[in-house]
Design a protein around this ligand. Structure first.
Ligand code: HEC
Ligand code: HEC
Length: 429
């Protein structure tokens, strides 16, 4: 009689093809553990349709967004595109500690793959939609450095962009009168462009802003197509649910499974890295030290969500704005937003851990270089560095356990699930 029949049903793990005695203990999971593991499975990843963007599933919008994502003309100097910092060869990140556009930023560039699943965008969540996120870098003086009127004119004057735009959104309003619609105008740091913007009347500003918003919506349609594919970890869960022990052992090595066990139990990573994207989509202060300047001195602390929460409430492009395509909008996220200082000061968004081996360096300003350093940080967190940290436990992982947890994190690697053409710059026609 197979060994499993000797157990009570509650501890009965799953019906194994080979006697449980032969299946290494690390591969044996209780029913409760199994249901917990299942919550991380990519099969449970459902794309919530973004009702604030009516073109999110429009294939022409995907093409237009794809073009703009790689188009360096969308910048003040003709040298910066989204892809400069979200590079397809680097899993749509840039490999730098903090990103560099026209100048160096204070934050690390996260990937855009799977970003459509977030509730809040940017590391401090100062946007509440993928499309409004895209508008930030375009007008930021350290990133693309341009302005919305410049971008509207670019779409208006470029036959390819204009043709795609009109197929999606209808005709571009006539903005050829440069007295009414100056080529450089927007609420930006650049004085001349900012003054030109202030001098425009409200209706004309709205015409330009609407084109700008539509650019963001097309970019978001493109980004939504970039999804993580199933990883070895997901294949393991599938095999586990099918009781396919041979396949389980083929997908994950003994050390990797031990690492998974540490992830869900001993080190409790799953408390925050939960769900199929391995993020709770929320914000936490985890005692990350401040950035260091060139001289090695600590720079100012980043307030993170504390500032981001206030910014998103005031954003002219948030869920409550006229640019939300969903006229029955509820905006619960803004209604119930957490503003409490203890929970927001120095707190950053929990990143997804899918393909985390490709997104080094880690944390909001790339403070930690390797996954090993990240694990050591959690294992033995530094004393509270800024405001109130949520990390206070010392797990005392031994050297083997550190390696196992690291090995597990690497099983979350997978290709980008998107049509191949979307991973390269678009062709010229
Ligand atoms: C100069 C480098 C740079 C450029 C150019 C740039 N980004 Fe980013 N991106 C970043 C950085 C850094 C962050 C995080 C910033 C923050 O949290 O303050 C970010 C955040 C994001 C996020 C949020 C991901 C998340 O998990 O919340 C998305 C999506 C994104 N960028 C898309 C774009 C798009 C689309 C463009 C072009 C319109 C673009 N980026 C241009 C560096 C850049
Ligand atoms: C209290 C919530 C919480 C817990 C518990 C937690 N994390 Fe995190 N994790 C975060 C947050 C928040 C960040 C981003 C912090 C930042 O940007 O400064 C993060 C970042 C990371 C990163 C960096 C990812 C990147 O792309 O920069 C890795 C890797 C990581 N966590 C792994 C783990 C592991 C492994 C564990 C368990 C040992 C764990 N986390 C436990 C909240 C948590």
């Amino acid at each position: 009689m197979p060994l499993k029949f000797l157990f009570l049903p509650v501890c009965l793990v799953f019906s194994v093809n080979i006697p449980a005695a032969q299946l290494a203990p690390e591969h044996q999971w209780s029913a409760a553990e199994l249901s917990l593991l299942k919550t991380l499975w990519i099969k449970n990843l459902n794309q919530q349709v973004d009702n604030s963007n009516h073109v999110v599933n429009n294939s022409v919008a995907v093409d237009l967004g794809h073009r703009i994502f790689f188009d360096k003309r969308f910048s003040s100097n003709g040298n910066i595109a989204c892809a400069s910092c979200h590079h397809p060869d680097k899993y749509f990140t840039d490999g730098r500690k903090t990103a560099k556009g026209l100048s160096v930023l204070t934050r690390n560039a996260p990937t855009v793959v799977g970003s459509s699943h977030h509730t809040w965008f940017f590391l401090d969540g100062r946007s509440d939609s993928l499309w409004s996120q895209a508008l930030g870098p375009l007008e930021n003086e350290k990133e693309h450095g341009g302005n919305r009127s410049q971008y509207a004119h670019l779409v208006f004057n470029d036959p390819v962009l204009r043709n795609l735009y009109e197929k999606i959104f209808g005709s571009v309003p006539d903005i050829s009168d440069l007295k009414r619609f100056p080529v450089q105008a927007g609420p930006v740091k650049n004085k001349a462009a900012s003054n030109a913007w202030k001098a425009m009347n409200k209706k004309d500003k709205q015409i330009i802003s609407k084109i700008f918003v539509n650019i963001g919506k097309a970019i978001a349609a493109y980004e939504t197509k970039l999804q993580p594919a199933a990883s070895r970890f997901d294949n393991y869960i599938k095999a586990l649910l099918n009781n396919d022990t041979a396949e389980m052992q083929k997908q994950l090595s003994s050390d990797e499974v031990k690492g998974l066990r540490i992830f869900v139990s001993k080190a409790k990573c799953i408390v925050c890295h939960s769900g199929p994207m391995l993020t709770d989509k929320s914000f936490h202060n985890i005692s990350i030290p401040p950035r260091k300047g060139d001289t090695g001195k600590n720079l100012k602390h980043d307030w993170g969500r504390y500032t981001g929460a206030r910014q998103v409430l005031n954003s002219p492009f948030n869920c409550r704005s006229q640019y939300n395509d969903n006229k029955n909008r509820q905006c619960d996220e803004l209604e119930y937003i957490v503003m409490d200082r203890h929970e927001t000061q120095g707190a950053f968004k929990t990143p997804s851990l899918r393909n985390v081996s490709k997104t080094a360096p880690y944390m909001h300003a790339g403070q930690l270089e390797t996954l090993r350093e990240v694990i050591e940080h959690y294992d033995n967190p530094p004393p509270v560095i800024f405001r109130k940290s949520e990390l206070f436990l010392n797990f005392n992982l031994n050297t083997d356990e550190v390696l196992q947890l690291e090995a597990f994190l690497k099983t979350l690697d997978s290709p980008v699930n998107a049509p191949a053409r979307l991973l390269d710059p678009p062709g010229q026609n």
